[in-house]
Design a protein around this ligand. Structure first.
Ligand code: SF4
Ligand code: SF4
Length: 551
């Protein structure tokens, strides 16, 4: 008969309704020894456990301690060679002594047999979301030799970073940094990009997830289309280009942006008049206006969530007049206006053709606001400083005013960029404006605010006002959380297993977090977190595929 050891941790930090010392004394079971010990997970505690296992020749051990998610692996690792299948009871989940005793007795009765079992393991990985975080995670995992599927809901990988002009604090060209990563992912022999696709269901567990994916029709055969753009020339339907925030037009058959990966055309079927001019001109017979959605089932061992964020609808903050006052734009719209590949070719022009020489940036639009989101969106202070610098670089003598709550410049090189910008003439006004009105003659926005120095009511007219809008969780999060039995926080971002020590793991083993799906963050932090999630996937694969001896 295998002798069993039950070890109860007596730790002052455990908040439990159970009197552990008393319970330890009351357990009387055949072929079982019971110990209680202070700080079982400490080095001293593990040594004590080890001595007991040796002395009593234990073949089976129960650890009764706190927070299984955080501590189980400590015991597993310590006893891997002796007892590879330790049993863990999370004391925090026990209501009273009776519950604990019943559970121990029930587990002891289990006929575990003398088998050698190997966990089912698929070493393919699914990355959900193809922004910079998802692409970075995919590249890192694939470099370790594991096949990666990247499922992206839009037509191309790249995400928000592909729309930006420059990145802070280095002021590097955003697409110049991102573009090569996208191309690498597109050409990588063991990365498969599944774009224009939605996750329909996920079942299973770490090592063996089954994922149903629906691929929406593009009405252009991706296997045939070579991206020649002959179809675009003849298509008669002209539509606003969402990529350029509707500040430019596109045809009904289009690619999302010039560096799209995959660079394949798609027909906007809702707007298509089915004239078939594209079909006639396409030499590769790639057009199929009758294409239907397709389904695929993927079997993967781990999932990285990198669903990214969406932006706050600025019109909800009515006093700022977005959508009502001309030349009040969001910072994403401004990124396109100022971008060399944007609608004005990088010239700082308003839609009415006027040069933009005086710009106000309003911070915290939708963030740190009890009416909308109480959290800080993290990226926007530095994004506005960066955009302000670009204005000053584009237009000699340009005026840039930043209206802020608190200036948060806490990342590497951020404070220096802020100080340099102020020294070079950027104006920082502490306090948010009360209202933005339009001058009906000039069509310019007038910012109404209280001057913090004089305390007087002030009104200043600008050529353009840029609203630094909040980041919000992706609308995919709620659905995915339900499929994967994950928790989201009060705002809808995915909840990490432990924000201090396990920020990349989730309560579902085998599911990891990368980037802003966990909460607002900037690009460097997103990339770092994505590489961390990739490392966690590789660690999981090395742990899970070992042979487990059960008695
Ligand atoms: S659909 Fe045909 S015509 Fe249009 S880009 Fe592709 S290959 Fe060229
Ligand atoms: S069929 Fe549709 S996509 Fe093709 S040319 Fe006509 S309107 Fe454009």
């Amino acid at each position: 008969m295998t002798k069993t050891g039950i070890f109860l941790c007596v730790c002052p930090s455990i908040t439990s309704a159970i009197d552990i010392e008393k319970t330890a004394k009351s357990i009387e079971l055949a072929d079982t020894v019971v110990y209680s010990h202070r700080y079982l997970c400490s080095q001293r505690g593990l040594r004590f456990l080890d001595d007991c296992v040796e002395k009593e020749k234990l073949g089976r051990i129960f650890i009764v301690a706190c927070s299984e998610d955080i501590h189980r692996h400590v015991f597993e690792r310590a006893f891997l060679s002796k007892i590879p299948d330790i049993e863990y009871i999370d004391i925090g989940k026990m209501k009273n002594e009776k519950d604990l005793m019943d559970l121990i007795e029930e587990r002891l009765k289990e006929d575990r047999g003398k088998t050698i079992e190997k966990e089912i393991m698929t070493r393919d990985v699914l990355v959900i979301g193809g922004g910079v975080g998802g692409v970075q995670a995919a590249l890192d995992i694939a470099e370790e030799g594991y096949k990666v599927y990247v499922v992206e809901s839009s037509l191309s990988v790249g995400g928000v970073m592909a729309q930006l002009d420059k990145t802070f604090p280095t002021m590097d060209c955003s697409i110049c940094i991102l573009g090569p990563k996208l191309v690498d992912a597109g050409k990588h022999p063991i990365i498969e990009l599944i774009t224009n696709a939605d996750i329909k269901s996920i079942t299973g567990r770490a090592g063996d997830f089954n994922v149903e994916v629906e691929i929406k029709p593009r009405y252009v055969d991706m296997g045939k289309c070579n991206g020649c753009s002959a179809c675009v020339e003849v298509c008669p339907v002209i539509l606003p280009n969402e990529w350029d925030m509707n500040l430019k037009s596109r045809k009904c058959i289009y690619v999302m942006f010039a560096q799209s990966v995959p660079l394949r055309y798609t027909i906007d079927k809702e707007k298509c008049i089915e004239c078939e001019l594209c079909k006639k001109v396409c030499k590769l017979d790639a057009i199929n206006l009758k294409e239907e959605p397709k389904r695929r089932t993927l079997n993967v061992g781990a999932i990285v969530l990198s669903t990214g964020t969406q932006t706050f609808d600025a019109s909800r903050k009515e006093q700022y007049g977005y959508g009502r006052v001309k030349n009040v734009v969001t910072n994403m719209e401004f990124e396109r206006i100022i971008c060399a590949s944007g609608p004005t070719g990088g010239e700082l022009l308003r839609p009415d053709g006027k040069h933009i020489k005086k710009v106000a940036f309003i911070q915290c639009v939708g963030s740190r606001d009890l009416h909308f989101h109480e959290y800080c969106s993290f990226y926007c202070c530095m994004a506005s400083i960066k955009e302000g610098r670009l204005v000053m670089e584009h237009e000699q003598g340009a005026e840039v005013w930043i209206f802020y709550n608190d200036l948060r410049a806490f990342g590497k090189g951020f404070e220096e960029l802020y100080v340099r910008s102020e020294r070079e003439g950027m104006k920082f006004i502490k306090g948010l404006p009360g209202e933005i009105r339009e001058n009906p003659v000039t069509e310019s926005p007038i910012v109404v605010f209280e001057d913090p120095k004089s305390g007087r009511h002030s009104e200043i007219e600008f050529d353009m006002v840029v609203l630094a809008v909040a980041l919000e969780p992706s609308e995919q999060n709620a659905r995915l959380a339900e499929m994967l039995d994950l928790e989201t926080d009060a705002h809808g971002f995915f909840k990490e297993l432990d924000s201090t020590s396990m920020p990349l793991e989730t309560s579902n083993r085998g599911v990891f977090l990368a980037g802003t799906c966990q909460g607002p963050k900037d690009i460097p932090e997103t990339v770092a977190q994505a590489s961390g999630a990739a490392a966690k996937v590789c660690t999981l694969f090395s742990q899970i595929n070992r042979t487990i001896n059960k008695f």
